[in-house]
Design a protein around this ligand. Structure first.
Ligand code: FAD
Ligand code: NAD
Length: 459
């Protein structure tokens, strides 16, 4: 280099403005640091712009249409106008987006629009959206560049029939026949939504059951409802390609074509760690693209923290935000660690599925003696008023510590109900604590109370 670039000295740089990055920036600013947040797209990241929020708007729209169809029968309205729906979705996303931008502004965070790349242990170059490059030297950096969909070589992304979740949520016309490859979180949530909107949906999953990362207990009620919604599920099935007859799949020696006009590929996500200059900062990602961090989220021997989908653990927005608070405090010299007893896992399927803490399998592997109690949803008066009995509440107790260590919920509003379980697990509540608490009637939350009561009865 003939002339060296003289970098601007900055205090804290946060790269990526998703639920990890923007929360980290807000926390660091609140702790008195001068924060520069660099985002190449829109603040809010995947979650707000193309992930959690848009998918839940689609699920909500589809569920209301399904309810209407169930009640009105033959006089159901025609399939949802996705063109109009896009406007509805974008208005919500834009409003929430504005809220995040306003929070960052009022906290004094300097937001730069551009693509960042580390160029040294304390340096970053930002290719600004405005066209030029800005160089900065930071005291601390927090990496929160998130993840992107995994692609399959046999389903090239340039085939207009092949969609990832972002493209599926941007559709302006409903597919007639959709095959979803991957029966994980995205596959099951979007398969259910499109089926409720009127699309003929199939799911192809390479494992022996859908949601293979979830406890096996949730499989039966989910499978029943997927059947009711007319969703065909192909398990232990590998995808081989897409041709004029449809999606070519193989199960053992049997090759089959699934006719379709669209294929949604939802086979996992990969961290955005390969193009951010990690090598210049002497940081190495593992073979899955994850960055190793200490309990305080700092990369050993550096002034750099990493959070969210970039690091090990579930790729979830609330995990990213919770790590953000830890990372911000760690770079301020506080002794902190990210060690939650329970990170809730929620699938916004029908019925909803929510799990927190240990399962019987994980407890057994850790040598913990447990006893589980299951209360079926058919025992719930509130569930009856909602017209369903499909689901359950399952409570897992560490018998030695007399503490609740795991909860699994399947049923309406499980996504909301799991919060009580997370508090119980974090506080190491005993079944007696839960049983002695007064729970409102008639509610679905009473399932947890009932499970604790039944546990005590059988002691
Ligand atoms: P991201 O949200 O991915 O944000 C990273 C940001 O960094 C992006 O805005 C990106 O533009 C920016 N960036 C990347 N590289 C650079 C660079 N070099 N320079 C500048 N900026 C950069 N999770 C849930 O908890 N609940 C849900 O219901 C849920 N639903 C989902 C539905 C879908 C369809 C998808 C795809 C995901 C869903 N998730 C959900 C997962 C959730 O979106 C992610 O776990 C979460 O967004 C991760 O947050 P993050 O801050 O680590 O990264
Ligand atoms: P996932 O890891 O949840 O599921 C991927 C599924 O695809 C697995 O069941 C896997 O066995 C299957 N699979 C992999 N390769 C395959 C192949 N070649 N053929 C057929 N099946 C194959 O991944 P996802 O659904 O893409 O979602 C990515 C991540 O986003 C999730 O892991 C989750 O962390 C997050 N997310 C969360 C929520 C939520 O919290 N409600 C919703 C959506 C996404």
């Amino acid at each position: 280099m003939v002339m060296g670039e003289v970098p601007d000295a900055v205090d804290v740089v946060v790269i990526g403005g998703g639920p990890g990055g923007y929360e980290a920036a807000l926390h660091a600013a609140q702790l008195g640091r001068q924060v520069t947040l660099i985002e190449r797209g829109r603040v809010g990241g995947v979650c707000l712009n193309v992930g959690c929020i848009p998918s839940k708007i689609l699920i909500e729209t589809a569920t209301r249409r399904q309810l209407y169809r169930d009640i009105a029968g033959a006089s159901a309205p025609p399939a949802e106008d996705l063109q109009r729906w896009q406007g509805h979705k974008q208005a919500i996303v834009d409003r929430l987006n504005g809220g995040v931008a306003a929070q960052l502004k009022s906290a004094g965070v300097d937001v730069l629009a551009g693509q960042a790349r580390l160029t040294g242990r304390n340096r970053v170059a930002v290719a600004l959206a405005a066209g030029h490059t800005r160089f900065m030297e930071f005291r601390h950096a927090i990496l929160a560049t998130g993840s992107r969909p995994v692609t399959l070589p046999c389903l090239p992304a340039d085939d207009p029939r092949v969609l990832d979740s972002t493209a599926a949520l941007a559709l302006t016309a409903l597919p007639q026949r959709l095959v979803v490859v991957g029966g994980g979180y995205i596959g099951i949530e979007l398969a259910t939504a499109f089926a409720k909107l009127g699309t003929a949906v199939s799911v192809v999953e390479m494992q022996a059951r859908v949601l293979p990362e979830m406890p096996a207990s949730v499989a039966a009620p989910l499978a029943k409802r997927l059947r009711e919604l007319g969703i065909e599920v192909y398990l232990n099935t590998a995808v081989e390609g897409l041709d004029a007859e449809g999606l070519r799949c193989r199960r053992g020696d049997t090759v089959q074509h699934l006719p379709c006009d669209r294929v949604l590929v939802a086979v996992g996500r990969r961290p955005n760690s390969d193009d951010i200059g990690l090598e210049s900062a002497m940081i190495q990602a593992d073979k899955n693209g994850r960055i190793a961090v200490g309990p305080n989220r700092i990369v050993a021997g550096t002034a750099i923290a990493a959070i969210g989908d970039l690091t090990a653990g579930p790729m979830l927005a609330h995990k990213a935000s919770a790590e953000a608070a830890v990372a911000a405090r760690a770079i301020c010299g506080q002794r902190v660690a990210f060690e939650p007893a329970a990170i809730p896992l929620v699938v916004f399927s029908d019925p909803e599925i929510a799990c927190a803490g240990a399962t019987e399998e994980s407890a057994a592997a850790d040598g913990i003696a447990t006893r589980a109690v299951t209360v079926p949803l058919s025992a719930s008066g509130r569930a009856a008023t909602l017209g369903t009995a499909l689901g359950f509440t399952r409570l897992l107790v560490d018998t030695e510590r007399d503490a609740v260590i795991g909860v699994q919920l399947v049923g309406p509003h499980a996504s909301e109900l799991i919060a009580a379980a997370v508090v119980a697990i974090e506080m190491a509540a005993s079944p007696a604590d839960l049983a002695a608490t007064v729970w409102a009637h008639p509610t679905l939350s009473e399932g947890l109370h009932e499970a604790a009561r039944r546990y005590l009865e059988r002691q």
